[in-house]
Design a protein around this ligand. Structure first.
Ligand SMILES: [Zn+2]
Length: 317
């Protein structure tokens, strides 16, 4: 027996609800001790001296920030996170500034008629977290966008998780670390969303393999595995797959939906856990529907192609 098809109104609401941040935070709350332990493991020790020097050399701009509320992600946490990213990747980052002007504000999604995110604008604007919570008639209390990176990859703007999404400070901190790591990935790839620039980045000197080769393989991995990495990247499923789970013909490795899933897999690869609707609690051990995990992937110690690709990026010299 199959479920009856949803009405158009129901489908619009379902589409809009893809931006609902509550399931993402609920996942962290549900797996809080494991999540915390994984993040602690990633952040243990001093990290890489070169990466730490980079982190400490960035500008952390609080000059336009709401001074009455502390940011949900601290400067120390941000620096420590960056200090643990391998230097070969740090050298590719355009990041210059973490600007806290929106740290107490919420990004309001801009929906198209069908309830999916409007492809051009995505965001309707930002409002203070207070106003967002106080006016449920204007803002759905749990549908929002979080974290912004400027188009030139040079500035990350942290934003807030409102109390309508979570009141657990530990879960909020862990999710904000996720968002910061996600945004950091954008500071590496945002300015390289074309063949020429991506082909100029050699990720394996011995073989001459480039970031463009890697990105093409990432798109192929989604074609094979068909399941998106996280609660968040599933927002873009309709722009990646047709009804049968095939990648739409015009999708390239440089399109936003692919880059968003990459950014989520990048986070998942560092923490080995990420909020997801499938219930997996180890990114490296989950196959994402890969039909031959044993045969092809054993040598990488992971169960999916995307995890092998992320490991390749993490271990590049
Ligand atoms: Zn993103």
């Amino acid at each position: 027996m199959s479920e009856p098809l949803p009405s158009r109104a129901e489908q619009i609401e379902r589409n809009k609800d893809k931006t609902n941040l509550r399931p993402g935070l609920a996942f962290v709350e549900q797996h809080l001790s494991q999540y915390q332990a994984n993040v602690d493991r990633f952040l243990s020790g001093e990290g890489f001296p070169e990466s730490r020097a980079f982190a400490e050399g960035r500008a952390f701009d609080l000059s336009n920030a709401d001074q009455n509320t502390p940011p949900q992600i601290s400067i120390a946490d941000t620096q420590n996170l960056i200090a643990h990213i391998p230097p070969a990747l740090i050298r590719l980052s355009e990041l210059k500034t973490v600007d806290f002007r929106y740290h107490n504000m919420v990004g309001v999604p801009n929906f198209a008629e069908d309830g999916n995110l409007d492809r051009e604008t995505l965001c309707r604007g930002v409002v203070t977290a207070d106003e967002f919570v106080r006016k449920p008639q204007d803002y759905h209390p749990q549908r929002l966008l979080i974290g912004v990176t400027a188009q030139d990859g040079q500035t990350i703007f942290p934003t807030a998780i409102p109390s309508t999404v979570s009141t657990n400070p530990q879960a909020i901190r862990l999710y904000q670390l996720h968002v910061m790591l996600h945004e950091f990935f954008h500071t590496i790839e945002l300015t390289r969303r074309d063949d020429e620039k991506s082909a100029a980045i050699v990720i394996n000197r011995a073989t001459g393999r480039t970031f463009a080769d890697w990105a093409r393989d990432y798109l192929r991995s989604l074609e094979e595995e068909k399941i998106l990495t996280s609660e968040y990247s599933a927002v873009y499923a309709d722009r990646l797959f047709d009804g049968q789970g095939n990648i739409l013909p015009d999708v390239t490795p440089y399109d936003v939906p692919v880059r968003e899933d990459m950014a989520e897999a990048w986070v998942a690869s560092h923490f080995d856990i990420i909020s997801n609707p499938h219930g997996y609690t180890s990114f490296s051990n989950y196959a994402f529907g890969n039909p031959h995990p044993e045969h092809q992937l054993r040598k990488h110690g992971v169960a999916s192609k995307r995890a092998a690709l992320m490991k390749e990026l993490r271990t590049m010299q």
